[in-house]
Design a protein around this ligand. Structure first.
Ligand SMILES: O=C(O)[C@H](O)[C@@H](O)[C@H](O)[C@H](O)COP(=O)(O)O
Length: 254
């Protein structure tokens, strides 16, 4: 039987953070050893704050070797309160004192056309990961993702036609049920081809959807990632988020 996603549960966000840090550092070291850089994509929502808690202060983080993309981004200016780039900048990037990563924001001159915005972002991936002719899919070293209360991840929403996208690496969405409606997102094949995928989900507000993701055959986006990635996928959650979930937790170890 295929190996299943790892579920790591911690009493609080304060105990989750050091484990997430160790996990990220392990991924970073493996990636740098493999190809000299660490290519990561991150979500918005609550993730940047948890990430900052995990990664700051940043000794042992080789920021200069990081290349940071956005797993999804809202079609808004970078200084808009809804921008995932803006959030990461405020929570984490602005707090770095030494080395900085290379960060890939969206091209804001294209905000009026989400298809062009997505195509341009895909070109940024092509430039970083090699040409589309030579690789079928970009392979991120690590994706750091959130999970919405409806089981969405990135801007891949339950039942949405975007879940069937097999060609594009980055796709536009104009009808996101979570505001703002206009966004771009990595597609499911890109998500599931990452070397590692880490979800972070905290708070009692997540427990109903966690039951659905881990206990039923739902086809929810997060469950699809679990199914495709198996033990390449790890969940960092607090006890409140998985209260009553019968799926076995693992003691955290690397
Ligand atoms: O831009 C976005 O809206 C996010 O990337 C989105 O996919 C987020 O990660 C989830 O909605 C979880 O958000 P929370 O962590 O805030 O619950």
């Amino acid at each position: 039987m295929a190996k299943q996603a790892n579920l790591y549960s911690f009493s609080t966000a304060d105990t989750l953070a050091p484990a997430l840090r160790d996990y990220v550092i392990t991924c970073q070291e493996a990636a740098i050893q493999r190809h000299g850089v660490f290519k990561v994509a991150v979500s918005g929502g609550s993730l940047p704050k948890v990430l900052a808690q995990a990664l700051l202060p940043s000794d042992r983080i080789q920021w200069a070797k990081w290349e940071v993309f956005f797993a999804d981004e809202r079609a808004v200016p970078l200084d808009d309160a809804d921008s995932n780039y803006g959030l990461l900048k405020t929570e984490l990037l602005d707090k770095l004192t030494g080395e900085h990563p290379v960060v890939h924001p969206i091209e804001t001159s294209l905000l009026d056309d989400t298809q062009e915005l997505a195509d341009h972002y895909e070109q940024q991936l092509v430039t970083s990961f090699a040409s589309r002719d030579s690789v079928r899919l970009p392979i991120f070293d690590l994706l750091l993702l959130g999970c919405g209360p409806d089981g969405h991840t990135c801007s891949l929403f339950p039942g949405h036609e975007l879940l069937r996208e097999t060609d594009a690496w980055v796709a536009p969405i104009e009808d996101s049920p979570k505001p703002p409606p206009r966004r771009i997102t990595l597609t499911l094949p890109v998500v599931t081809h990452a070397v590692r995928v880490a979800f972070v989900a905290t708070g009692a507000g997540k427990k109903e959807i966690m039951k659905e993701i881990f206990e039923a055959e739902t086809g929810l986006p997060c469950a699809l990632v679990n199914a495709a990635c198996g033990d390449r996928c790890s969940w960092f959650v607090d006890d409140a988020a998985v209260e009553g979930v019968s799926y076995p937790r693992r003691p955290f170890s690397l």
